[in-house]
Design a protein around this ligand. Structure first.
Ligand SMILES: NC(=O)c1ccc[n+]([C@@H]2O[C@H](COP(=O)([O-])OP(=O)(O)OC[C@H]3O[C@@H](n4cnc5c(N)ncnc54)[C@H](O)[C@@H]3O)[C@@H](O)[C@H]2O)c1
Length: 349
C-alpha cells in the first residue's frame, strides 16, 4: 500500500494560475508598491547578501540564466531565459521560475512561477530606482517597447512615482495597440505615438524596454534632453544594448551590481573603468542620487538576483493562509533519514 508523504515532504508551489489569482486578489498596483518596498528593504541590507553575476548560457538565438543569492538565512535562485525571436513563434521572450530554501537545512520553502513575478519585480525595481533618481515633478513617461513588460512598467510608475501620462512607441503598431487596450481602464492618460521622437514630448522619464539581440539604437543622442531620467531595461546581455553611447557619456549612471552590469548592461559600450554608482548606495545615503535639475540620470538595469529573492520572499508571506498554492510532494522524507533505499523498496510493495 502506498504510504502518504509526511508534512516535511511538501513544498508550496505557486503556479501561473495561482500567481494570477494572488495578484488579482491583492491588486496589481498594490503588489507593485509592496514589491518595491521589499526590494528597497533588501537593497538597504545589500552587504548581507552573497552576490555573484548570473550564470548565462548563450546561444545564437537567446540566453538561459541562473540567478542565485542568499542572505544567510534564505537561499534563492531564478531560472530565466531571454529569446527575442520567440514572440514570432507565439512564445514568450522571457519565462522564469524560482525557488527559496532555508540555509539552515537546505530544504526548499517555496517553488514559484516567476514569469509574471519577473515582470512585476522588474517594474517595481525600475520605479523604486526612479523614486530616488527621477525629477520629482515628472508626470509623463515615454514607454518605448510595448511588449510583455510594458504595462507593468507603466503601472509601477503610476503607483510609485505619480506618473499620470504614458506616451507609447513600438516598431510594431500592434504591440502599441495592445498596450493602449490593456491600459484603457488604468487611470493613466495613454497616448500612442508614431515614432520614438514623438514619444519624448514632455517626458521627464524615458523607459526603453525593447527586445532585439543586437547593439540597437532605440534612443539617439539628440532625442534626450537635459534633466530626464532614463530607465533602460532591454539592454541586458552581451551584444544587446538600446542607447547611443553618447547618451551614456552625458549621463550619471546607476547600476545594480557592477560585475554583472559591466558585461550585460548599456555600460558594456564604455571603458571598464567608467565611473558608475551602485543603486544600493543611493538608497542607503552613502552616494548621491540626482544632484540637480539639469542632470541626466540613467538606471542601466539588467535585473539582479536580489530583486528575485525579495519577490519570492514577498510571495512566501503573501500566500500564507490563502489557497493560492499547491503542496508539491517534492522532498524525500524516509522515516530513517539514512534509509532512502528502504523507502523506495517499501513503495514497491
Ligand atoms: N532589466 C531587467 O531586469 C529585465 C527584466 C525582464 C526583461 N528584460 C528585457 O526587457 C526586454 C523586453 O522584454 P519583453 O518581455 O517586454 O519583450 P517582448 O518581446 O514581449 O517585447 C519587446 C518589444 O520591443 C519591440 N521592439 C523591438 N525593437 C524595437 C525598436 N527598435 N523600437 C521600438 N520597439 C522595438 C518589439 O516589437 C516588442 O513589442 C527584453 O530585452 C528583456 O530581455 C529586462
Amino acid at each position: 500500500m502506498a504510504l502518504l508523504p509526511s508534512d516535511t515532504a511538501y513544498v508550496p508551489f505557486v503556479s501561473v494560475q495561482q500567481m494570477m489569482d494572488l495578484v488579482n486578489a491583492i491588486g496589481v498596483e498594490r503588489i507593485l508598491i509592496d514589491l518595491a518596498d521589499h526590494i528597497e528593504a533588501d537593497f538597504r541590507r545589500w552587504e548581507a547578501f552573497d552576490k555573484v553575476p548570473r550564470l548565462a548560457s548563450h546561444s545564437e538565438v537567446g540566453v538561459i540564466e541562473l540567478m542565485p543569492t542568499s542572505d544567510g538565512e534564505m537561499y534563492g535562485f531564478k531560472y530565466v531565459n531571454g529569446h527575442p525571436k520567440n514572440t514570432a513563434e507565439g512564445l514568450q521572450t522571457v519565462n522564469a521560475f524560482g525557488l527559496l530554501a532555508d540555509v539552515d537545512t537546505g530544504y526548499p520553502r517555496l517553488l514559484s512561477e516567476m514569469t509574471l513575478l519577473t515582470a512585476l519585480r522588474t517594474a517595481a525595481t525600475s520605479a523604486m530606482a526612479a523614486r530616488h533618481l527621477a525629477p520629482k515633478d515628472a508626470r509623463t513617461m515615454a514607454m518605448i517597447g510595448n511588449g510583455a513588460q510594458s504595462e507593468f512598467q507603466c503601472l509601477a510608475f503610476k503607483a510609485i512615482c505619480g506618473i499620470d501620462t504614458v506616451r507609447l512607441y513600438d516598431i510594431d503598431p500592434a504591440a502599441t495597440a495592445k498596450c493602449v487596450r490593456n491600459l484603457e481602464r488604468s487611470g493613466l492618460n495613454v497616448i500612442a505615438c508614431a515614432s520614438g521622437e514623438e514619444s519624448m514630448e514632455g517626458a521627464g522619464i524615458i523607459t526603453t524596454c525593447t527586445a532585439d539581440k543586437q547593439y540597437a539604437t532605440i534612443l539617439t543622442d539628440n532625442m534626450v534632453g537635459t534633466g530626464v531620467h532614463i530607465n533602460a531595461i532591454g539592454g541586458d546581455c552581451p551584444g544587446k544594448t538600446e542607447l547611443a553611447r553618447d547618451i551614456l557619456l552625458r549621463s550619471e549612471i546607476f547600476v545594480e551590481y557592477p560585475p554583472q552590469t559591466r558585461v550585460e548592461g548599456e555600460i558594456q559600450q564604455l571603458d571598464p573603468a567608467h565611473p558608475v554608482t551602485e543603486l544600493w548606495q543611493v538608497i542607503t545615503g552613502t552616494a548621491p542620487g540626482r544632484r540637480n535639475a539639469k542632470q541626466i540620470t540613467l538606471f542601466d538595469s539588467v535585473g539582479f538576483a536580489i530583486e528575485d529573492f525579495s519577490a519570492l520572499r514577498y510571495v512566501l508571506q503573501a500566500i500564507e493562509g490563502t489557497g493560492f498554492y499547491t503542496r508539491l510532494d517534492m522532498l524525500a522524507d524516509p522515516d530513517d533519514p539514512r534509509d532512502l533505499f528502504g523507502m523506495l523498496a517499501r513503495a514497491a510493495g
